[in-house]
Design a protein around this ligand. Sequence first.
Ligand SMILES: Cc1cc2nc3c(=O)[nH]c(=O)nc-3n(C[C@H](O)[C@H](O)[C@H](O)COP(=O)(O)OP(=O)(O)OC[C@H]3O[C@@H](n4cnc5c(N)ncnc54)[C@H](O)[C@@H]3O)c2cc1C
Length: 255
Amino acid sequence: MATRYQLAPTLKRLARVSAELSSKTSTQSSFARSARCFTTSRSRLLHQTVSVRSRQADFTSTKYPEIKRNDRFARLTEDHVAYFRGLLGSGSAVIDGVTSDSAVDDLEPFNSDWMRKYRGHCQLVLKPGSTDDVSKILKYCNENILAVVPQGGNTGLVGGSVPVFDEIVINMSRMNQIINFDEVGGTLVVDAGCILEVADQFLASKGYIFPLDLGAKGSCQIGGNLSTNAGGLRLLRYGSLHGSVLGIEAVLPDG
Ligand SMILES: Cc1cc2nc3c(=O)[nH]c(=O)nc-3n(C[C@H](O)[C@H](O)[C@H](O)COP(=O)(O)OP(=O)(O)OC[C@H]3O[C@@H](n4cnc5c(N)ncnc54)[C@H](O)[C@@H]3O)c2cc1C
């Protein structure tokens, strides 16, 4: 909870992450090692995946009744939703369960974690498309005392990416671009919502390797990876992910 508590009101947005990828090594042996890991455990993992994912989680607030919603935080109203629609447009960048009952199914994937262990009551998902959007969202939430939770690929295993109560989910999936790669210096600049596997394949096409690889790479995002300082299969070879970061562009709680 401590991590969640810090992050929910602050959204340390990792909009553009500079990761130094200086080790230009042969990718062949790493890929061979990864393939071996998956092959030996495949059937058991698939079985577990099916049984875990098919069950619906209890609400976190029901499982842990001792955790209370902080009533200092405001409840969402139609006016709040209207502001966010004005900012992000009326398309899929806003999933609104506040003014509409038909969004219940659409909200469910953002309310539940990958393991189906935690489940929140979020009624509003926002998908910013730029740093400016994130800045305006946080400024507004700060002024109106609305709680938020940042969400990347939602593959985290400890419930940090999903709400407990009615926090607004700020989902980074629209900010998914590779901004720049310096082939001489080996420096990559990406949006926080860039999928790890996309960045990894991009670098492989240039003869480089991303210093992180893990089973959720097809869904997890660089922002989530850095937020959790993910370890994964290449940790022993390349060290802590934070050690590869040259800088981040972050939005502070007040926007
Ligand atoms: C099959 C599988 C294998 C895995 N293997 C590993 C492994 O080997 N090593 C390992 O360390 N983990 C592993 N994980 C856990 C998980 O994939 C990692 O923690 C991953 O880094 C989470 O990234 P994400 O984008 O899914 O983040 P999310 O789960 O969406 O979020 C994780 C945390 O980061 C915060 N966050 C996300 N994006 C931002 C942002 N832009 N700004 C600020 N905060 C943000 C969220 O609020 C949350 O607290 C695995 C998970 C699965 C399902």
